[in-house]
Design a protein around this ligand. Structure first.
Ligand SMILES: [Ca+2]
Ligand SMILES: [Ca+2]
Length: 254
């Protein structure tokens, strides 16, 4: 073989093996390169695991045999999930007494990344690892407590429900009472954007012919009743004839 060819072949053999994989099933298994024959030098592998929304991921290793080194500086497996990076893993789960096969890893999000990296040498053969993952339900009611009344967890999701007399708001999370439309004011009008708990209604009169007597601002209370925000009472204000109208009426009667 000519010299040039030898150089090309040597460079190809030395070239790091990059490999990126996507896994999107409900469960699966993956291994380091060439498992169980022993992984090569200069390997970089990564696995992006994605399960459907509403599920988290459980991951565990059934076998690990990676060249041991201080802080796993040489060769290692590493896990990224829930915006956190876990410590690198290396060593041998079978021979080393002190080595503990890592416990299961759990995510609350539906994505996880696993990377494997080997450096330029191994003094002896190391078989690598076997990892298993599965989609598991996330109990959103425990993790987030997203509902203000009842939270109902189910596999792949959750929903909220309300105590009697309340209804679920558009956000599908919070429960509120509904006061219904506020009472009409003779010679006046109502001004409100919503009729549910804690929303306000402001009365006004047909100025300048009528003037408001009493308080203008009412709130939908927890008892599903419009109450005056100042007094807490449901006492309605009134629209009384104003100066113009009083003069006009006087003129008309004289
Ligand atoms: Ca190595
Ligand atoms: Ca769930």
């Amino acid at each position: 073989m000519p010299m040039e060819m030898w150089i090309i072949v040597s460079l190809l053999l030395m070239r790091p093996a990059f490999c990126s994989n996507s896994l999107d099933g409900f469960h699966g298994q993956f291994t380091s390169l060439n498992y169980p024959q022993g992984y090569p030098d200069n390997v970089q592998q990564s696995w992006d695991i994605q399960v459907p929304r509403g599920y988290g991921i459980k991951l565990y290793f059934s076998h690990i045999n990676i060249e041991p080194s201080a802080n796993c500086a040489y060769d290692y497996v590493q896990i990224f999930c829930d915006e956190a990076t876990h410590s690198p893993i290396c060593g041998n789960s079978k021979e080393e007494v002190d080595f503990q096969v890592p416990q299961e890893y759990h995510t609350t999000g539906n994505w996880m990344k696993v990377t494997f990296k080997s450096n330029f040498s191994n003094e002896e053969r190391h078989t690598g690892f076997v990892a298993h993952y599965a989609a598991v339900d996330v109990d959103e009611c425990k993790e987030e407590n997203p509902c203000n009344h009842y939270c109902n967890n189910y596999i792949g999701g959750f929903n909220c429900s309300c105590r009697p007399g309340y209804f679920l708001q558009e956000n599908q999370r919070t429960c509120a009472v509904n006061c219904g439309p506020p009472s009409k004011l003779t010679n006046g009008r109502e001004n409100f954007t919503s009729t549910v708990y804690r929303h306000w209604n402001t009365y006004s009169c047909e100025e300048p012919y009528y003037e408001l007597e009493g308080n203008a601002v009412f709130e939908c209370s927890a008892d599903a009743e419009w109450v005056d925000v100042t007094s807490g009472q449901p006492t309605m204000p009134k629209c009384k004839p104003g100066k113009y109208l009083t003069k006009y009426m006087k003129r008309k009667t004289t």
